[in-house]
Design a protein around this ligand. Structure first.
Ligand code: APR
Ligand code: PHB
Length: 384
């Protein structure tokens, strides 16, 4: 087998990269260890930044997003007794879209199959060489895929990042996790609520007019089955301020319950010879601020341009600067996600709590403070 770019991983980074490369006349083959059904059913965050929406729309992936997704002007920031709307549109002229990653994945799979993209699901034994990838296909045959470039889009558990020799690894693990639920109930809010509370952080998000997504800060290592449905709704009601100023949280049947660990992780460089990393393969952010998917999209926007220039025109300038270019945005989002996380989560230390409340009051009520949050949340332009 031979292709120009061997893409490891069929998550959003890998599939969007294959889409952007095809538009630039570059061939690719995608290899994925999981089945198509498994990859399509994973539940992840669902907020798209302004520039992610612009990019997806500009490459023909915006029609379901714009009909099923919901455009939000901003978010609510709250702490006991106060709720403030931070209006990204009026502060920065940019908005965000609520559109589940499961839907982004569906759009990508549909677009790639319409284009005849070669994707091998359920592969195993992936070995990365300098200009080839070896793997065992779903029928058990060992195959070799020769290529000019390898794109490591295989998430944080894949082999690509281990193929970069002597990387620098930066990591921070937080002492809390999120207990996340999906519930068949209309959201009790028009836009997302990020709530600081002495019991711990809570977030009210949503997937559609009839499906809500909510989260509670819990200690790291919590077993989701130790939280009954009633206990979850009671705690969400307390932390989100049910009954304050007439606001009510409507509970409903919980259809999914899981615990998400929280860490920040960056590995540099994002390139070694012909191997380029993108998305979770190179960096993980905690979910506060929903940057993971948006960073993966920004990486592949840069990487596709760099690879098209290198392969089609023989110009290696963008490929040579890819790691530095991508890392500028990666570190901005790593800082923003860490900042939102540490501002919103209870640590149990009363000094920290007073600093958090002071910071929240400033961010929610000063135009300068709110603009900083808005600019980072709604997202900087691709190429920042
Ligand atoms: N060979 C092939 N594929 C692999 C291998 C391997 N050895 N190991 C892992 N993979 C696949 C995983 O099964 C997964 O489908 O790589 C894919 C990586 O996809 P994601 O984890 O979704 O990562 P990415 O595409 O970078 O997306 C980043 O989406 O998943 C969220 O939290 C993530 O929001 C972030 C964004
Ligand atoms: C989600 O809808 O899953 C979500 C939204 C915002 C976040 C994190 C997750 O900050």
């Amino acid at each position: 087998m031979r292709t120009q770019v061997a893409i490891i991983g069929a998550g959003p980074a890998g599939l969007l990269l294959s889409h952007l490369l095809a538009r630039g006349g570059v061939s690719s083959v995608v290899l994925e260890t999981r089945s198509e059904e498994y990859v399509g059913a994973r539940i992840r965050a669902g907020i798209l930044e302004h520039s992610s929406v612009e990019l997806l729309t500009s490459v023909g992936l915006g029609s379901r997003l714009r009909s099923l997704g919901e455009q939000h002007r901003g978010i609510y920031l709250q702490w006991p007794g106060s709720r403030h709307h931070v209006d990204f549109m009026s502060l920065t002229g940019r908005s965000v879209w609520v559109y589940g990653q499961t839907e982004v994945q569906k759009d990508l799979v549909a677009a790639r199959s319409a284009d005849g993209q070669e994707i091998h699901y359920s592969v195993s034994g992936v070995v990365i060489g300098d200009d080839f990838v070896k793997f065992t296909d779903s029928s058990g045959s060992v195959r070799q895929l020769d290529c000019d470039v390898i794109a490591g889009c295989d998430g944080s558990f894949g082999p690509s990042r281990h193929a970069i020799p002597s990387p620098q690894v930066y990591e921070k693990v937080y002492p809390y996790s999120w207990l996340g639920i999906l519930a068949d109930v209309a959201p009790s809010t028009d836009e997302l609520i990020y709530a600081w509370h002495p019991n711990g952080f809570a977030l009210h998000s949503m997937r559609s007019a009839t499906v809500s997504r909510l989260y509670l800060q819990v200690p790291a290592g919590t077993d989701p089955s130790s939280w009954s449905d009633d206990r979850i709704w009671d705690e969400l009601a307390a932390r989100l301020g049910h009954g304050q100023n007439g606001w009510k949280l409507t509970p409903g049947p919980i259809t999914d319950k899981s615990v998400l660990p929280m860490r920040s992780h960056v590995q540099t460089p994002m390139r070694h010879r012909n191997l380029f990393l993108a998305g979770d393969a190179a960096h993980i952010v905690p979910p506060t601020g929903a940057k993971g998917l948006n960073l993966a999209i920004a990486d592949v926007a840069l990487l596709s341009r760099a690879l098209i220039a290198r392969i089609v025109s023989g110009d290696t300038t963008l490929a040579d600067s890819y790691s530095d270019d991508a890392l500028r945005r990666v570190w901005r989002c790593t800082h923003f996600s860490w900042w939102m996380t540490t501002m919103m989560h209870a640590s149990g230390d009363p000094f920290d709590a007073q600093l958090q409340l002071s910071q929240l009051r400033w961010v929610a009520t000063s135009e300068a403070g709110a603009t900083g949050l808005a600019e980072n949340y709604a997202g900087l332009p691709i190429g920042f």
